[in-house]
Design a protein around this ligand. Structure first.
Ligand code: GTP
Ligand code: MG
Length: 199
């Protein structure tokens, strides 16, 4: 599956009416500006799949990408940006909940969190909702390049404790250094049924 990381096509940006691709799908979620698009680009060998923004809250629809015939990635719009008006936040919630409850091909939701921050309530709510819906989750703690070794250990431990995560369910990651990339791919491939998934 990861051998298709360089074979990416952008399917489109959809607020609703997502096309059925017939591929196992991995969604990427997280607060605005957490580094979702950067992480996606890093996983896809720096193919500039997703736009890296300096303005938080830019992505307003679900962006779909296809990796050959191996799998699809869905870049979900970021949440929790203070300057986004409440009506738009409600719209986000509706769109994403609709996606989570109706996207049959969804195999895993990768929830990105900022390793430099305390565990955030909104991330906890998202993880809780996904677990309730029996949707597998993976927490990727990004921007670890900005932390010292002891700080990152503390950060990962706090996330695991707060969100009740198994050891392999929280991965330290950096889009700058590429750290954690292989572990994230391992989790994606496992969620899609192993390396023998159709390509
Ligand atoms: P929205 O789509 O606006 O919600 O943002 P996003 O979550 O897609 O974040 P994006 O990838 O656009 O990154 C936001 C900012 O964080 C950019 O300035 C990135 O360069 C920076 N950034 C992202 N990932 C990392 C990382 O792993 N390390 C460091 N040092 N900076 C990062
Ligand atoms: Mg983005």
């Amino acid at each position: 599956m990861r051998n298709q990381a360089g074979n990416v096509s952008f399917i489109g940006s959809f607020p609703t009416g997502w096309p059925v691709l017939g591929l196992p799908e991995i969604a990427f979620a997280g607060r605005s500006n957490v580094g979702k698009s950067s992480a996606l680009n890093r996983l896809l060998n720096n193919f500039k799949a997703a736009r890296v923004s300096s303005t938080p809250g830019r992505t307003q629809a679900i962006n779909l990408f296809q990796l050959g015939r191996a799998c699809a990635f869905a870049d979900l719009p970021g949440y929790g940006f203070a300057k986004v008006p409440p009506a738009m936040q409600a719209q986000w919630k509706e769109m994403v909940e609709d996606y989570f409850s109706n996207r049959e091909e969804l195999k895993l939701v990768v929830v990105l969190v900022d390793a430099r921050r305390e565990p955030q309530e909104m991330d906890g709510q998202l993880l809780y909702g996904l677990t309730e819906a029996h949707i597998p989750t993976l927490v990727v703690a990004t921007k670890v390049d900005k932390l010292k070794a002891n700080e990152r250990r503390a950060s990962i431990a706090a996330l695991r404790k707060e969100f009740h995560l198994r050891g392999d369910q929280c991965i330290p990651f950096s889009s700058v250094t590429g750290e954690g990339k292989n572990l994230v791919w391992d989790a994606i491939e496992a969620a899609c049924g192993g390396k023998s998934a159709p390509e």
